[in-house]
Ligand binder design. Structure first.
Ligand code: DSN
Length: 440
């Protein structure tokens, strides 16, 4: 980065600081990962200079011979990896990918139905302030009492609501999804089924989570979570999707441009192609397997310390902890854990009565620490750090309604956490431990 250092020392310094931070912590945000050096190199190339509105072989700008080859390669690698007849690689990230699908299959005002945000659904799966909620109507299904999907209940709700598009795939769901059952429900309701597998793509291509390909019409995924690529997204049309509507690929392309975007980010497309090549290797399959082995070992360790895990455990890469029995607010816990060198996000849990900014749980995941090389034997130690750090903030609860009191308490707790010596000591231990595991 010698040019960056010379031209813009401020940005250079901040990038170096961020690199150091990423090395010294346990990165446990379930949706984050460390991309390979090859992926990062592809991102930082001259491809960023090019405009290429359109698609391979039909561009609106000249000079796209190499870009056509790069995009075609990314498409064919994804088609092969997932086993689908059509892939679009141009959506800039997950939200635009989902929006493109809505534009492609729904008329304005038609209904889509996904899991409620409070149950682990995503903001793009029907939220009154998002595009899905502003241009379309939406309905939600929720989790059963045990924190898992109750398929009989979902079927009833779908048949009652009659959506034009049913969505499965989540941001905070720790269990396997029965895509076959969702396919049957969608068929019975006569609607499209979209699976947003952003969180679990890497697990699907590794064979440790069932694939939605035989059952869904359309699949969307980001490329930077368990797939370990650059930020970006894929939209896949399955054989079942083509059978229902042979125009789906054309409609998705029109939804991308002129519907939502202009020129694709060709450097990002190249980096996606690299990530797809990496994901097709036996090494990646082992990586996917280890993510789940680590998550299960960590869940076991956390449970042994009395942590309440939503659904009782995990089948995939993530764990959702309901902290109400520990008498600590989720946001406070996340701040304390960051001080202790463990980075994750606070998250709503089923039945949460707290507002989203002060939710009662934390969500954590093993994709990034597994990339660093941590194994199941390390999880016991990690669970102990969680327990020790949370013990320091036990009792730090926040009121659900009284905003003034909540803000006063937040201020007070922040100061106490910043001064807490035990948390700082755990942070030092974690730093020494994490630094032994190199970044890719
Ligand atoms: N922000 C991603 C996540 O953390 O799950 C999804 O949008």
């Amino acid at each position: 980065m010698q040019h960056l250092k010379k031209t813009d020392p401020q940005i250079y310094k901040l990038v170096k600081q961020e690199e150091k931070r990423q090395k010294e912590v346990l990165e446990m945000i379930a949706s984050e990962n460390y991309a390979s050096s090859a992926v990062i190199e592809a991102l930082g190339t001259v491809l960023t200079n090019k405009y290429s509105e359109g698609f391979p072989g039909k561009r609106y700008y000249q000079g796209n011979a190499n870009i056509d080859d790069i995009e075609s390669l990314a498409q064919s690698r994804a088609q092969k990896l997932f086993g689908v007849p059509y892939v679009n690689v141009q959506a800039l990230s997950g939200a635009p990918a989902n929006s493109a699908v809505y534009f492609a299959v729904l008329k304005n005002g038609e209904k889509l139905m996904g899991l409620a945000l409070t149950s682990g659904g995503h903001i793009t799966h029907g939220h009154k302030l998002g595009l899905s909620g502003r241009l379309f109507t939406f309905a939600h299904y929720t989790l059963g009492r045990d924190g898992t999907l109750d398929y009989d209940e979902i079927e009833k709700q779908v048949l009652k609501e009659k959506p034009a598009l049913l969505i499965c795939g989540y941001t905070a769901y720790p269990r396997k999804i029965n895509f076959k059952r969702f396919g049957d429900i969608a068929d019975k309701a006569g609607c499209y089924l979209m699976a947003d597998v952003s969180h679990i793509t890497g697990l699907i291509v590794s064979g440790v989570h069932p694939s939605p390909v035989p059952y869904a019409h359309i699949i969307t995924t980001t490329t930077h979570k368990t797939l370990r690529g650059p930020r970006g997204a894929l939209i896949l049309v399955t054989a079942k999707g083509l059978k229902k509507n042979p125009d789906l690929p054309k409609n998705i392309e029109t939804a991308i441009i002129p519907g939502l975007q202009g020129g694709p980010h060709d450097n990002q497309t190249a980096a996606i192609a690299v990530a797809l090549k990496e994901a097709a290797t036996p090494k990646f399959k082992k990586y996917g397997e280890q993510i789940v082995v680590n998550a299960k070992a960590l869940a076991e360790g956390l449970r042994s310390y009395g942590f309440e895990l939503v659904s009782g455990g995990t089948d995939n890469h993530l764990i959702l902890i309901d902290l109400r029995n520990k008498k600590v607010n989720g946001r406070i816990a996340a701040i304390a854990l960051e001080k202790a060198g463990i980075v994750l996000n606070y998250n709503g849990v089923p039945g949460d009565n707290m507002p989203p900014l002060y939710s009662s749980g934390i969500r954590l995941g093993t994709p990034a620490i597994t990339t660093r090389g941590l194994k199941e034997r390390d999880m016991k130690r990690v669970a102990t750090w969680y327990n020790d750090a949370i013990a320091e903030v036990e009792g730090m609860e926040l009121p659900a309604e009284d905003k003034v009191k909540r803000s006063e308490l937040m201020k007070k707790y922040r100061v106490e956490i910043a001064k807490n010596r035990k948390l700082a000591a755990i942070g030092k231990e974690v730093k020494a431990f994490a630094s032994k595991f190199p970044l890719p």
